[in-house]
Design a protein around this ligand. Structure first.
Ligand code: ATP
Ligand code: MG
Ligand code: MG
Length: 537
């Protein structure tokens, strides 16, 4: 059984209401797409693909003030990255059609020019429980409205002085239907139209026309537009479009501790809280890409979330498990010591160097390569305890632990600095315990990763946490900023990681998944996701 949109489409196709389907993704180019937008892209493109239809990327560029060509390019790039095939359209290319539609409504006596201010309008329109009041210009003669609309268009009217309103029903129980504004005066430069227009259509009027011009059959939007549907239909009917697109609403994607408002994401960028729209902490597609997410993991996430008719919040772990599942069977394994501390092997001298086998499997495939070990290693600071808790099976004085792929060692001593912080660990190799060389009677409960201090490379590893704290859920985002969302570590990595390509992904043993940053020339790895599933199914 498909989702409710698939049922509608299958019924429309079966009954011959449509010959084929056309869907669209209609972003306003005022920011970079985020994971919520990916939901809309995957849904609309997925439906078009499933039913052999067509998918349009239409820039809803009807508000010249907030829009920018940088955003147009970023959006097209991200939609392509997700794998969608599309034709590009710009809503502003239909300004002439919209203007003609507006004139038609005036001529039919279904629109009038008013001089109302936004404040007055709010008061006049009433609320859910109080009816609206007619404007004194509601019955302005058609000829007069036509003349004033012409004056608006020809630059004779200052911003905010006049508006064109649809004449519908000031007593409608749906406030949206109470004579909404459909055109306003705005002397602003448009990124495509230049200074051709000084009147701009409002979203509710423009959107159905854009859909109709492109022959969209199923216009899918989020739930908050449910009340606007009668208005959508009213414009299409009264502007005499035939055939007419239909609007359907689904629940928007919300993820816990994740900002889903372009306006606020822009604020994070503009105020320098993050490094840019592609900061790996950002829920933008550019950020997720830099963080190491693949298109397939995002598509899989959208599939798993499904299409709902009621709003809810998805756990962040659900997105993480999609990339973790994918990398678990595809990412090469390697060793990296994120927070290094030196370990000296006391029963080997400076000439000691040995090659050991580093083995792992990915799905059905087995891999093996040589790595080196010497008398100076780096191990993870957290793998040593001066004062170990019970059942601590890693490095402690007198304790045994296996170095991954190599020997069991016994920790003999540790050095601390003047502040009591451990600065060096000493250990000895237990002879006869080399991995893969027969059964030894000596066992170690723990296995730790390491790198050879004489054959390693320095790298910055960037560890990430959510941008928002878990506390104060529901509060304004600005009160929830997590100041520990980025921690940069000076790490020691296996030498060959020096050659990692930008954008190459690895599993660092016991640590999680990491990607070599796609932008920086320095050796920087971004943490994609940890190994453990924090999401409880
Ligand atoms: P803003 O955050 O600035 O209010 P927006 O997120 O609505 O804007 P648009 O560019 O208008 O941004 O959105 C493009 C499309 O993506 C719209 O069809 C919108 O319904 C859809 N969309 C936006 N956010 C989500 C979301 N969280 N889940 C699903 N679809 C979304
Ligand atoms: Mg929107
Ligand atoms: Mg919006």
């Amino acid at each position: 059984m498909g989702n409710f949109l698939e049922e509608i489409i299958e019924k429309d196709l079966a009954e011959g209401k449509v010959d084929g389907i056309i869907t669209r993704y209609p972003p306003e180019p005022n920011g970079y797409p985020h994971i919520g937008h990916a939901k809309s892209i995957c849904l609309n493109y997925g439906l078009a693909k499933k039913y052999n239809g067509k998918f349009n990327l239409r820039f809803d560029d009807t508000n010249p003030v907030k829009e920018d060509i940088e955003f147009v390019n970023a959006i097209a790039n991200d939609v392509k990255w997700l794998g969608a095939e599309f034709e590009v359209f710009f809503a502003s290319d239909y300004f002439d059609v919209m203007y003609e539609c507006a004139v038609k409504l005036i001529k039919k006596g279904l629109a009038y020019i008013d001089d109302i201010t936004p404040d007055q309008l709010r008061e006049q329109r009433g609320t859910l429980t109080t009816p609206g009041q007619n404007s004194r210009h509601r019955n302005r003669p058609i000829e007069e409205s036509l003349q004033l609309f012409d004056d608006m268009k020809n630059g004779k009217i200052a911003d905010g002085k006049l508006v064109l309103r649809a004449k519908i029903d000031m007593a409608s129980p749906n406030v949206t239907m109470r004579d909404p504004v459909i055109y306003r005066v705005l002397h602003a430069h448009h990124h495509r139209q230049g200074d051709k227009w000084c009147i701009y259509p409002m979203y509710d009027f423009a959107h159905p026309i854009e859909d109709a011009v492109e022959g969209i059959t199923h216009s899918i939007c989020t739930l908050e537009f449910e009340n606007n549907r009668p208005l959508y239909d009213w414009f299409l009917e009264n502007c005499d479009f035939d055939p007419r697109p239909h609007q359907y609403e689904f629940a928007r994607l919300n993820i816990e501790r994740t900002v889903m408002s372009k306006r606020y994401l822009k604020k994070l960028v503009d105020e320098g809280f993050v490094e840019g729209w592609d900061d790996p902490r950002m829920p933008t597609l550019a950020g997720l890409r830099r963080r190491g997410y693949t298109p397939s993991s995002i598509i899989e996430f959208c599939e798993r979330v499904g299409v709902a008719k009621a709003n809810s919040e998805v756990q962040a772990g659900q997105l993480e498990s999609c990339i973790r599942d994918e990398l678990n069977i595809s990412a090469p394994r390697a060793m990296a010591v994120i927070d290094p501390i030196e370990l000296v092997i006391t029963n080997r001298d400076d000439n000691y160097s040995e090659q050991i086998d580093f083995e792992y499997s990915l799905g059905e495939q087995n891999f093996s390569r040589k790595i080196s070990i010497s008398n100076k290693l780096y191990v993870e600071r957290s793998d040593f305890a001066l004062d170990p808790p019970p059942k601590f099976h890693r490095l402690k004085t007198g304790g045994l632990v296996r170095l991954k792929g190599a020997y069991i060692i016994e920790c003999t001593d540790a050095q601390t600095d003047e502040n009591g912080v451990v600065s060096k660990i000493f250990a000895k190799i237990i002879e006869g315990t080399k991995s893969g060389q027969g059964e030894s009677s000596i066992k170690a409960k723990g296995v730790i990763h390491f790198v050879d201090a004489k054959n390693c490379v320095d790298a910055a590893i960037r560890l990430y946490d959510y941008l928002l704290t878990a506390e104060n859920a529901g509060e304004d985002f600005s009160k929830r900023l997590n100041d520990k969302s980025l921690v940069v570590m000076n790490s020691k990595l296996e030498k060959h990681l020096d050659d990692a390509k930008k954008g190459e992904r690895f599993q660092f043993l016991r640590q999680g998944y990491f990607i070599r940053d796609e932008k920086l020339n320095d050796l920087v790895f971004n943490q994609i996701v940890g190994l453990k599933d924090s999401y409880n199914k």
